[in-house]
Design a protein around this ligand. Structure first.
Ligand SMILES: [Cu+2]
Length: 229
């Protein structure tokens, strides 16, 4: 999760998020280089008296300063497209979870099991146990096994919502009447927090998402105990 006053991204917990961080760093590097170059030119222009005021054309220079930005844009666009298509890929998922947005909670269905479904409400501040995170903890967590590609089908029952978990690099719109799809994979066990990311009404801020990634044996134990209760 993010810590107070954090400026950058959360640490990556999935391969997709690692790719996104790489793309971000790459694009920022280009931005910094351009900014430094522009600042350098500005200082030069402030300090230097203007000469060559009679110049009416400079074909060579104009050719270069048209082609160079085009190359720089391609250098950003191509890696961006690569990550875009990687994110779209759903390769042989081991598990499918259906996440439905409601005003104002999420409900989940593990469609590979019969009767494994639950609602996930935010834990109110007065009910939090010691050390739990205010406005981020839910009464039922989404448990997923580690090292297993998990497909998440996302939709909404009432208005637009958005199912987002920054550490896993997912943010998918939950649209009534439409089923969106994304995949999450994580190599390490842990808790990953997210929030609804589409202004969906008065309690929009109070429908968090908690992913609990566990080892496969723990996950199987969890499904068994949840199915019994
Ligand atoms: Cu919402």
């Amino acid at each position: 999760m993010a810590h107070p006053a954090q400026l950058g991204f959360q640490d990556a917990a999935s391969p997709i998020m690692e790719e996104l961080l790489h793309l971000h760093d790459h694009a920022m590097m280009v931005v910094f280089l351009i900014s430094i170059f522009v600042l350098y030119i500005i200082t030069l222009m402030i300090q230097t008296p203007l000469t060559h005021t009679g110049t009416t054309d400079a074909q060579m220079m104009e050719t270069i300063w048209t082609i160079l930005p085009a190359i720089i844009l391609a250098l950003i666009a191509l890696p961006s497209l690569r990550v875009l298509y990687l994110m779209d890929e759903v390769c042989n998922p081991h598990l499918t979870i259906k996440a439905l947005g409601h005003q104002w909670y999420w409900s989940y269905e593990y469609t590979d099991y019969t009767d494994l479904a639950f609602d996930s409400y935010m834990v109110q501040t007065q009910d939090l146990h010691q050390g739990a995170l205010r406005l981020l903890e839910t009464d039922h967590r989404v448990v997923i096994p580690t090292d297993s590609p998990t497909r998440v089908l996302i939709s909404a029952e009432d208005v637009l919502h958005s199912w987002a978990v920054p550490a896993l690099g997912v943010k998918t719109d939950a649209i009534p009447g439409r089923l969106n799809q994304t995949t999450i994979t994580t190599a390490r066990p842990g808790l990953f927090f997210g929030q609804c990311s589409e202004i969906c009404g008065s309690n929009h801020s109070f429908m968090p998402i908690v992913i609990e990634a566990t080892m496969l044996e723990e996950f199987e134990h969890w499904t068994a105990t949840t199915l019994q209760s």
